[in-house]
Design a protein around this ligand. Sequence first.
Ligand SMILES: [Zn+2]
Length: 296
Amino acid sequence: MPFAPALGNPFALHQTASFTPSETLCKSVVASYSFTSSVFFRITHFFPFVKNFLKIFFIFFERRAAIENNKTVQTVFMKKFTAICILLLIPLCAFAAPLKSTATVTENKAIYLTFDDGPTDSVTPKVLDVLEKESVHATFFVIGKQISGREEILRRIAAQGHSVGVHSYSHCYKEIYADAKALLKDIAECRSAIRKVLRRYDKMIYRFPGGSFMRPDLRDAVTGAGYNYYDWNASAGDAEGNFTAERLYKNAVETGKGKSPVILLMHDGVGYKETVKALPLIIGYYRQNGYIFKTL
Ligand SMILES: [Zn+2]
């Protein structure tokens, strides 16, 4: 059975994409600067055209001035033209940069949909159907002993472009968390089961059953064996009770609010039918809020 952590538990992102606030700020500043620069660059290149345009106008106004014997016409025209240019440029420069900056921040919002405890005959193919229909990629942390007889499902996960990670071979807490040696043996067995089906499988990603906070003392053993482990910072709560799809959707939204990246925990084990129903709603919410779907 999957461990259900209380919301707000500490979590460990051993290795994620670069999303620190300072990096985001830097990117925004650079984007603002480069966009403002490009506006001035365009104006500078536009200038010869403006100059020629003005010459024609000056000739016209000089002739009029000569005819009317009024030498101030050109000066009045220049003043008016300059004022109009400034009035047009101020709002352009003031608003263009912040708009571009906001767009950059939006681009950086990312969500990693993760599914634990598969593959299963009843749920995994339905999850894959939804992901295919929505053109979204996810990460599946699989249970090694469940692969036998479900090789086609595992192949389909990989063929659809999803990421596959090691979850456990036995998923038996008592066995795997006995000590570091037992855990690494379990991880190696799961990886071997994956590689029997996906010959080119070379990922070294792992999710502790129950999360790494189950056994923080074993984190070093996992990383020492070359794995990057990933917990979660948002959860649909589908392992915490028999919730409706609507409730799972609300959990997924509320626990991920204001976060980026979001690493969302869900399950594709036996019986998680409400997760399948909630999935299109969850994807829709994060898509509408500017999140990009990524894989670990
Ligand atoms: Zn699990």
